[in-house]
Design a protein around this ligand. Structure first.
Ligand SMILES: [Zn+2]
Length: 286
């Protein structure tokens, strides 16, 4: 009997002496004189133990024999033998390896967006991920032309979301050009797209959406059979001024941020269009 119990003790999950001996065969043991049968520590004690700083399980097992021999059932609650901690070591030590995603590192699922771009007639192809310090984009596109085959001059590097907004806006630009200028755009002139920099080229400012390939600067438009329109250059009251005002207003329907002449000195000669996420979907349309 003693040998069998010893075997059980060795393989028991609870290494505590009392715990190992008592529960194995309750009915035969119940006939043994009480002072020879140590009982397991009461449950409340057990529950408390894991929180405390326990010695390693092996140590606890080593100490057991001495302590147990002295124990009577009534002493059990006060047993000094700590239970082994049942929980695995805490994980935080190996967690810091994964940094929080930023606009530069988040990988968008743009499958549906790419399909829409294609249907829209936007010519764009995926290029290598951009990563430059805090700047970058996981899935940038090189956008060369907008719907109706209107080229961007030069090509722009944009996220799919920004490319789609530009494409949709350009179809409205075409309608506005037909109405105000009796012409259609031949090219859209781009001042910049992806660029690792702060807002308004200020290195101490928050990063611009340009730093995430999520913004584009439109400098002007060329047309079939008439002079180009350069943003900020048209005289008030002219068809060109009406065209510029209308396309700028319309951009607010596609981009979350629209800045241009009059917004501030940094935007006097171009339309800045971007898709910055803001709380509660707020837009900045100036
Ligand atoms: Zn800009």
């Amino acid at each position: 009997m003693g040998r069998i119990l010893a075997g059980l003790v060795g393989s028991a999950i609870l290494a505590g002496p009392a715990a190992a001996q008592a529960p194995a065969a309750p009915s035969p043991l119940s006939r043994v004189p009480a002072d020879q049968v140590p009982l397991p520590p009461p449950r409340p004690e057990e529950a408390k133990e894991p929180a405390a700083k326990d010695p390693a399980p092996k140590e606890a097992a080593k100490d057991t024999p001495k302590d147990t021999s002295k124990d009577t059932p009534k002493d059990a609650p006060a047993s000094p033998v700590p239970e082994p901690a049942p929980l695995p070591p805490e994980r935080p030590a190996d967690l810091p390896a994964a940094p929080a995603p930023t606009p530069a590192t988040v990988v968008p699922d743009d499958t549906a967006c790419l399909r829409r771009l294609d249907r829209l007639g936007v010519k764009a192809e995926p290029v290598a991920p951009l990563a430059d310090g805090l700047c970058g984009a996981a899935k940038p596109l090189r956008v060369t032309a907008l719907p109706d085959g209107v080229p961007l001059s030069p090509a722009a590097t944009l996220t799919c979301v920004a490319a789609e907004a530009l494409g949709r806006w350009s179809t409205e630009v075409r309608v506005i050009a037909e109405r105000t200028l009796s012409s259609v755009p031949k090219t859209i002139q781009i001042g910049g797209s992806y660029e690792c920099r702060g807002q308004n080229h200020d290195p101490s400012a928050k990063l611009s959406e340009h730093a995430y390939a999520n913004g584009v600067d439109v400098m002007g438009f060329t047309f079939e059979g008439r002079a180009p329109v350069t943003v900020g250059a048209a005289r008030e009251g002219t068809p060109e001024a009406a065209f510029e005002a209308a396309v700028r207003t319309r951009a607010c329907g596609f981009f979350r941020t629209v800045l241009g002449p009059g917004s501030d000195a940094a935007h006097a000669n171009h339309l800045h269009l971007d898709e910055r996420e803001r709380n509660a979907g707020h837009r900045l349309c100036q």
